[in-house]
Design a protein around this ligand. Structure first.
Ligand code: HEM
Length: 423
């Protein structure tokens, strides 16, 4: 790579001098400047860049918050109030970080949906997808731990509910919960370890994003047609075309994000997150942040213990069924590249699969609604039906439909599609 890079000549003598000794500029030139990229990207392809920008914002604002935060149960809540009221621009750092988590998830959920619709997880991009799922898991753990740090009612009770789920693991469950807490209750050791990990994990995410994009640059990007580039006519250099398009997409996204930070910073917040944690008083309704709601609904969709027939011996308690289903709902995404059997990659040319994806979106909306309500009556049914469709989609519809669906014929090449005005 280094010898290939050294062929590039730069006008700026300082850049040339550095590049001759450490070819970072030629690597950037090969991987971003000149990188051959399909010419038909739409704005959904900007969400990788937007997610990267959000990751950067989260790290920068997080470091500033850490300068005023005290990770102790007696001082954590007050230290946050102090930074909101007394520290210069502390409110801005906190509101940007707090809402930034939501906007980071919005960007990544749109990025994943794009991948699902255009079949970007398919061969040869399986590893890009798998690293993506790992990033999503790490983001979830990081966000969950961050929510604990203000030591509010929602923080303390959220941790209590979610970590207690591990008690459903047979034989070692209770020991596992004590180990996670660092004691026999959610207390100072829990807060300390969550703080340490919340600080560390974003850097681990950066490392996984690096390999995610590295793997993508080996296979090259997918595009809306799902047809691989075949000739020079199908591709354009990344710079200036997509640097401009991604920058524009990122600026628009940031304007919306900043509008929320400045004009409606509490629109996504729960009032119980502004009362200090009281281990003696459980809030009436414990809800996670919106981005966890579908998974929370899957967890609570299981309400009947599985018994050995005609006995009272419980084979699989409802709680354990929920825990297994919740973790499986994410882990099964790892197998998606092999579950999809369709000869056609992009849903643009799959008339039936398109509708199934729409149903999946509705199921996720139903789950989000169910997760935000107490698990009874109608919301519980939304949760059960949503969970059923979610698993049906990935485990049955995707493999079976791929074999039998009558697909449309994709264009012979990307340039043919663009010239026909379909970009
Ligand atoms: C911190 C979070 C993430 C960042 C910063 C990130 C970054 C990127 C970037 C820069 C690209 C290339 C531009 C683009 O195609 O949009 C990309 C592509 C891709 N990402 Fe991510 N990503 C993240 C999370 C994820 C997740 C959670 C998944 C899936 C579970 C995923 C799956 C993919 C796939 C399949 C591609 C290839 C797209 C294509 O060629 O059509 N990414 N990512």
């Amino acid at each position: 790579m280094a010898s290939a890079g050294k062929k590039v000549k730069f006008d700026n003598p300082v850049v040339q001098w550095i590049n001759d000794r450490l070819p970072i500029y030629s690597i950037l030139h090969d991987q971003y400047g000149n990188f051959p990229t399909p010419r038909n990207f739409n704005y959904f392809w900007s969400f990788g860049a937007i997610a990267m920008a959000m990751l950067g914002i989260m790290i920068v604002t997080g470091v500033f918050l850490a300068m005023s935060y005290t990770p102790h149960t007696t001082l954590a809540f007050e230290s946050i109030e102090h930074m909101m009221r007394d520290v210069n621009y502390g409110w801005l750092m906190r509101y940007t970080h707090m809402n930034g988590a939501s906007f980071f998830f919005i960007a990544v959920y749109i990025h994943i949906s794009r991948g699902l619709f255009y079949g970007s997880y398919r061969q040869p991009r399986e590893l890009v997808w798998i690293f993506g799922v790992v990033i999503m898991l790490l983001m979830m753990v990081t966000a969950f731990m961050g929510y604990t740090l203000p030591w509010s009612q929602m923080s303390g009770w959220g941790v209590t509910v979610i970590t207690s789920l591990f008690s459903a693991v047979p034989l070692i469950g209770d020991g596992l919960v004590t180990w996670l807490w660092g004691g026999f209750a959610v207390d100072n050791p829990t807060l300390n370890r969550f703080y340490a990990l919340h600080f560390l994990l974003p850097f681990v995410i950066c490392a996984v994003v690096f390999v995610h994009v590295w793997a993508l640059h080996v296979s090259g990007s997918n595009n809306p047609t799902g047809v691989e580039p075949k000739s020079e006519k199908d591709v354009i250099p990344f710079n200036p075309y997509y640097t401009t398009k991604d920058s524009f997409g990122t600026v628009v996204f940031m304007i919306i994000f900043m509008a929320v930070v400045f004009f409606a910073p509490l629109v996504l917040a729960d009032p119980a997150h502004f009362r200090q944690f009281d281990p003696m008083q459980t809030p009436p309704h414990i809800v996670p942040e919106w981005y966890f709601l579908p998974f929370y609904a899957i967890l609570r969709a299981f309400t009947i213990d599985l018994n050995i027939p005609f006995t009272h011996i419980i084979l699989l308690p409802a709680k354990l069924q929920g825990v297994i289903a919740m973790f499986s709902s994410i882990l099964l995404l790892l197998f998606l590249p092999w579950l999809d059997t369709s000869p056609v990659r992009s849903a643009v040319y799959r008339p039936v699969y398109k509708w199934c994806l729409l149903l999946l979106l509705l199921a996720v909306c139903a789950l989000t609604y169910a997760g935000s309500k107490p698990p009874e009556g109608m919301p519980l049914w939304f949760g059960i039906v949503g969970t059923f469709y979610y698993f049906l989609h990935f485990l049955v519809i995707v493999p079976v439909l791929g074999k039998y669906e009558k697909t449309l014929t994709p264009p012979a090449s990307i340039s043919e599609s663009v010239e026909a005005g379909h970009e």
